[in-house]
Design a protein around this ligand. Structure first.
Ligand code: BEZ
Length: 216
């Protein structure tokens, strides 16, 4: 039976626009403090457990694309409830089996203090494993996007990069990213809030659905 709790279910605790809660913890690259990653983008993500199949494929895929995150001035930081020594043993196995070294930090969170602050784990769940949450944190420390996948569905690294590209392009151009947007494709302008623009538009969608004219 699940214990009653006032804590929210996974992914319901923090909202887009919130400051990412700061923490300091042990990780595979030494002690890390979240706030020391400010001035760069940061993708903070949780995984259910070390030495599990889907998680292993995610870490191999992310380690292979680490340079693509670096190219976007974005650090990666992983987190699970497993101990630092479990993380080390898993990374050694990944290196020996798949030929990739995971060099981004993996934080240990055995007390779930970080996982609970970020809503990475359900307080209603008897299983303490974190679910697959991903937080896209901007250089000011603000959560700009987040995703939440179940343990049995691996994340898409191309989609993680696309989210990052989209957020960075939105900031750089003050524009909107349409469905399926990819870097290099046109973006949308914000809709007008002025009734004169509504009546002056050449067609019925011209005042709210229009590209941004390729403005950088
Ligand atoms: C996995 O990574 O394969 C996994 C982890 C926890 C539960 C189920 C699957």
């Amino acid at each position: 039976m699940n214990a009653p709790s006032s804590l929210p279910p996974p992914c319901a605790g923090l909202r887009i626009g919130d400051m990412a809660p700061d923490f300091e913890a042990r990780s595979t690259i030494g002690p890390v403090r979240l706030s020391s990653f400010r001035k760069r983008w940061l993708v903070l993500f949780s995984h259910p457990a070390d030495f599990t199949p889907v998680c292993t494929t995610e870490f191999v895929a992310l380690a292979r694309e680490a340079a693509a995150f670096e190219a976007r001035d974005c650090a990666l930081m992983a987190l699970s409830v497993d101990s630092l020594f479990s993380h080390f043993a898993w990374l050694r196995m990944i290196r020996d089996r798949f030929g990739v070294e995971v060099r981004f930090p993996i934080v240990e969170d055995p007390t779930l203090v970080i996982g609970r602050a970020f809503g990475m784990v359900s307080a209603l769940d008897n299983d303490s494993a974190t679910v697959r949450t991903t937080f896209f944190i901007d250089p000011a420390g603000v959560i700009r996007a987040m995703t939440c996948y179940p343990a049995n569905l691996g994340r898409s690294v191309p989609e993680m990069l696309r989210i990052l590209d989209g957020l960075q392009a939105i900031d750089a151009r003050g524009a909107l990213a349409p469905a399926n947007w990819q870097p290099g494709e046109p973006m949308l302008a914000a809709p007008s809030h002025n009734l004169d623009d509504v009546y002056a538009a050449k067609d019925v969608t011209g005042w709210f659905l229009r590209d941004n004219g390729g403005k950088a």
